[in-house]
Design a binder for this molecule. Structure first.
Ligand SMILES: *Cc1c(COP(=O)(O)O)cnc(C)c1O
Length: 391
């Protein structure tokens, strides 16, 4: 007998799309189907699967789960977050289109817009401070095809009002696309606020174990989904391998419990840092000092596992602090069970020139922390050890 679809998020993370009664041997977890091609009944009669770039059973299972978790009708799994971004842009944009984007976008997305879509396809991008919905409204024109945001952003944890911006995009007949990587669907489901398309780097919280790359697109709009499927199949080919799809499927089973601990630890660490004399400022939406704390409380189920902070001093002090850490890993990326820390001007944001970084507020002492699920006392002790080096 087929199972009913689970309705609660925690159960969906474990079970959505994966039904043992559909498996030949009743497997509790879906098997990894490695075949690149599948036999036809007759030349003109293919089965459910024909060729693995188009679809594989393992990937389809992951897609069903991701669609369920974001509350959308259609999901595409991709080879990396950038595969999702590239496929999404290709499915929406035409030469000469206008784009309004949050001025704090993931670096790869910004590079794709600035280095490829701008010069090669005449796409005109206005980067605006989307913390102000008015700024978005002012930038939107009749030519605007796409409004593209992230919330919270990297690395300063700025938010934008998803519901308000959705209505601005809707009035302009523009596609509203939200990269939901930093929040994950456990904390925020942009389709519920009126977004047309949600993107993920599943490399981060969805997989959660820093051991595979992946991306996702989720939408309720059948036309957008078809365009993205077409772009993935015939232009980007950015499909995940069955093994990568399996890892994401396995990783996401614990998303709800992981996020609880990520948030709990991050809140405690944000408080600790805010009280520390060697720390100048802390960016965490859960702190009352965060300028958008109220919006965060309304829009997100909790405040997330990402934060950034400025230590007292400059590049030298930042290096001393980082060298003083014993447990927290110095590495880019985020969303894994292990804590990862990065010096933003020389690591995650080194592709920007100094002037742009200064304008954005990415100072020489800005540190980004992806708070893991270790014991919070161990994390705080480690950060304290590092900060002692600069006091
Ligand atoms: C990492 C990241 C991406 C790109 O994802 P990859 O899996 O590295 O290709 C896109 N958007 C955001 C917000 C990210 O953090």
């Amino acid at each position: 007998m087929q199972r009913d679809s689970p309705t609660r998020f925690e159960t969906q993370t474990v079970a959505a799309g994966e039904d043992p009664s559909e498996q030949a041997h009743g497997d509790v977890v879906s098997p990894i189907h490695l075949a690149s091609t599948f036999v036809h009944e007759r030349p003109d009669e293919a089965g459910e699967y024909t060729y693995a770039r188009t679809a594989t059973p393992t990937r389809t299972t992951l897609e069903k789960r991701l669609a369920t978790l974001e509350g959308g009708e259609h999901a595409l799994a991709l080879s990396a977050g950038m595969g999702a971004v590239g496929t999404a842009l290709l499915s929406v944009l035409n030469p000469g289109d206008h784009v309004v984007a949050f001025n704090y976008l993931y670096g790869g997305t910004r590079k794709l817009l600035d280095d490829v879509y701008g010069p090669r396809f005449g796409v005109d991008v206005d980067y605006v401070d989307a913390t102000s919905t008015e700024a978005v409204r002012d930038a939107v024109t009749d030519e605007t095809a796409l409004v593209y945001v992230e919330s919270p952003t990297n690395p300063l944890m700025k938010l934008c009002d998803l519901e308000a911006i959705a209505s601005v995009a809707d009035e302009a007949d523009a596609t509203f696309c939200v990269d939901n990587t930093f929040a994950s669907p456990a904390l925020q489901r942009p389709l519920e606020f009126g977004a047309d398309m949600v993107l993920h780097s599943t490399t981060k919280y969805i997989n959660g174990h820093s051991d595979t790359l992946g991306g996702a697109i989720v939408t309720d709009d059948a036309e957008l989904a078809d365009a993205a499927i077409h772009a993935r199949k015939y232009a980007t080919g950015a499909v995940p391998s069955p093994f990568d799809a399996y890892l994401a499927l396995r990783g996401v089973k614990t998303l709800a419990v992981r996020m609880e601990r990520h948030c709990e630890n991050a809140a405690a660490i944000a408080e600790f840092l805010a009280d520390h004399s060697a720390v100048e400022s802390v960016n965490y939406p859960g702190l009352e000092s965060h300028p958008q704390h109220e919006l965060a409380a309304e829009q997100m189920a909790d405040f997330g596992g990402m934060l950034s902070f400025e230590i007292d001093g400059g590049k030298h002090e930042a290096a001393e602090f980082l060298a003083g850490l014993d447990h927290v890993n110095l590495a880019v990326s985020l969303g894994g069970v292990e804590s990862l820390i990065a010096h933003t001007p020389t690591m995650t944001h080194r592709y920007l020139d100094q002037k742009t970084r200064d304008r954005m507020g990415i100072t020489e002492s800005l540190i980004r922390l992806s708070v893991g699920i270790e014991h919070v006392d161990d994390l705080i002790a480690d950060l304290d050890r590092g900060l002692a080096k600069i006091e």
